[in-house]
Design a protein around this ligand. Structure first.
Ligand SMILES: NC(=O)c1ccc[n+]([C@@H]2O[C@H](COP(=O)([O-])OP(=O)(O)OC[C@H]3O[C@@H](n4cnc5c(N)ncnc54)[C@H](OP(=O)(O)O)[C@@H]3O)[C@@H](O)[C@H]2O)c1
Length: 243
């Protein structure tokens, strides 16, 4: 009997937080996990922690704002696996620092978009040839309720702080990017969806009430969708999230 080749998953920003847990949970499902990290030492340390849990984890130097590391990562995956089954665009930054939109230094908007928006597109474009070689490619974009229009346009909703223009609009753009790629790829087996993990206690959100493992669940669900699963949607653990 032929043993099917194992699935290969790449998680960006997998060295800590929700990304680490996504990598762990995909690894527990038998996937080979590439631990994307912008700092090679942090990636190696995280991969070693996963290996100690019995997971097939390999560190991969990948700074989503650095075209050279993206290209090198794609070449490394092509040479070792010839394909990619799952891409989770998890790495992101949140640097509004409490500034209201009227006072946000423009540089913070640019820096945020470099990682949360342009970085994601660059990684998808680089990995797409490898995802096309998978029987069931899955792209998961880690988004946020902060990227929804409903939250900020409703007078009684919001998060009790100044609307984070850079972070929130970067995730709104990511949601749009999700729909655009899903549209382009709709005749292929590849599914592209956005995930909302809820408020998760990490370095990005120390006040979060959910564990990183809980936050990772929706990404794992979307990364392992069956062939008749949705594409071009935005989901949390409780279902569809309104844009
Ligand atoms: N926590 C929440 O409540 C929450 C809610 C909604 C959505 N999310 C989303 O969930 C995802 C994970 O968030 P988190 O809370 O786990 O954040 P986190 O603990 O701050 O971790 C962010 C990860 O992204 C990496 N990263 C940052 N810039 C990068 C770059 N240029 N290239 C590659 N990796 C980069 C970080 O690497 P370093 O270690 O090198 O900094 C780190 O591994 C993010 O997309 C976030 O927007 C989080």
């Amino acid at each position: 009997m032929m043993i099917p080749p194992s699935k290969v998953a790449l998680v960006t920003g997998a060295n800590r937080g929700i990304g680490f847990e996504i990598a762990r949970l995909l690894g527990e499902r038998g996937m080979e996990v590439l631990v994307g990290a912008r700092d090679p030492a942090r990636g190696e340390e995280a991969a070693a922690r996963l290996q100690a849990l019995g997971i097939a984890a390999t560190p991969l130097h990948l700074d989503v704002t650095d075209a050279q590391t993206i290209e090198a990562a794609a070449l490394a995956i092509a040479s070792r696996y010839q394909k990619l089954d799952v891409l989770v665009n998890n790495g992101a930054i949140s640097i509004d620092g409490g500034h209201p939109p009227s006072e946000l230094p423009l540089e913070r908007l640019r820096t945020t978009y470099e990682t949360n928006v342009f970085g994601v597109v660059a990684v998808i474009q680089a990995m797409l040839p490898l995802l096309r070689r998978s029987e069931a490619g899955r792209i998961v974009n880690m988004s946020s309720a902060m990227g929804t229009f409903g939250v900020w346009s409703h007078p009684y909703m919001g998060f009790g702080a100044a609307p984070p223009l850079a972070y929130g609009t970067s995730k709104a753009a990511l949601n749009a990017i999700t729909v655009f790629f899903a549209r382009e790829l709709r005749e292929t087996p590849i599914k592209v969806n956005a995930a909302e993990p809820g408020p998760v206690a990490t370095e990005m959100n120390p006040a979060g009430t959910r564990t990183p493992a809980q936050g990772a669940q929706i990404a794992v669900y979307l990364a392992t969708l069956p062939p008749d699963g949705p594409t071009g949607g935005f989901f949390s653990e409780t279902g569809v999230v309104p844009w």
